[in-house]
Ligand binder design. Structure first.
Ligand code: FPP
Length: 245
């Protein structure tokens, strides 16, 4: 992959992933959708390890969207229980490997037990991983429109209380009201399972991200496939609306 300093510079700092295809993966095996989500959750660890090995500093994973509330109760229950299991089971390994875990999105609508497990895990990694090798960000009850709605409420309060000057609003000001305010925008966005859409995920933050779509279903998206997406990214010429001189 990256063989010298110049190549290292091309490794994306932040990769965001829409982990799609768990349901179809399960269906192909005549299993319930929850079976696919379990396989998907196991794959999260493998891909985070691969990201760590490659020197990626941030990885954001779309685990539950604001639209996923439309799913059957049994599937949502399975997803919450997988999240509980993930945070409880993986926390020691995350800390041992100096991995910080955070979330974006509004988890106040999640079951109280899940909220508490998430809060405890995040607090523990925050204390114990002060100089993290990678930050894993789970998008939980996240959607760009909801992020903007919540951001606009805070923004309006700050205008009303004279914390913000309406004549001094720039792009940075706007970014400061997003859930991702402490995180650089993704360099690369990956979506698995063959769907080529963005599904309300980080819509402002990916304004200049490179996009990578693959037909592979998320549970099958291996470390090798992940490396392939990074190699594809490294070959691209990012001009951000400018021209090569
Ligand atoms: C999309 O597949 C996937 C989701 C809605 C949830 C993603 C969840 C996981 C990977 C597991 C839980 C994560 C953690 C971190 C514990 P889909 O169900 O829409 O698949 P389909 O399009 O084939 O039906």
């Amino acid at each position: 992959m990256a063989e010298n300093i110049d190549e290292m510079r091309k490794i994306p700092c932040h990769v965001a992933i829409i982990m799609d295809g768990n349901g179809r993966w399960a269906k192909a095996r005549n299993k319930e959708r929850a079976f696919g989500h379990r396989a998907g959750s196991e794959n999260v660890i493998k891909v985070v390890e691969a990201a760590c090995d490659l020197g990626i500093k941030y990885i954001t994973l779309y685990a539950f969207s604001t639209e996923n509330w439309k799913r059957p109760q049994s599937e949502k229950k399975a997803l919450f229980s997988l999240l509980n299991e993930f945070y409880k089971k993986e926390i020691k390994r995350l800390i041992k490997n100096n991995i910080l875990i955070k979330h974006i999105g509004d988890i106040s609508l999640f079951p109280k037990k899940t909220q508490d497990i998430i809060a405890a895990a995040e607090a523990e990694t925050l204390v114990k991983c002060s100089d993290p090798i990678i930050t894993v960000i789970l998008a939980l009850n996240y959607g760009s429109f909801d992020e903007l709605r919540r951001g606009l409420i805070s923004f309006s309060h700050d205008i009303k209380n004279n914390i913000l000057d309406i004549d001094n609003i720039n792009n940075e000001t706007i970014f400061n009201y997003l859930d991702t305010k402490d995180v650089p925008s993704p360099d690369l966005l990956i979506r698995t399972s063959g769907e080529c859409r963005l599904s309300n995920f980080l819509l402002l933050q990916i304004a200049y991200s490179e996009l990578y779509f693959t037909n592979t279903l998320w549970p099958d998206f291996s470390k090798e496939e992940f490396s392939k997406s990074i190699t594809s990214y490294m070959k691209r010429d990012r001009r951000y609306g400018g021209i090569d001189l």
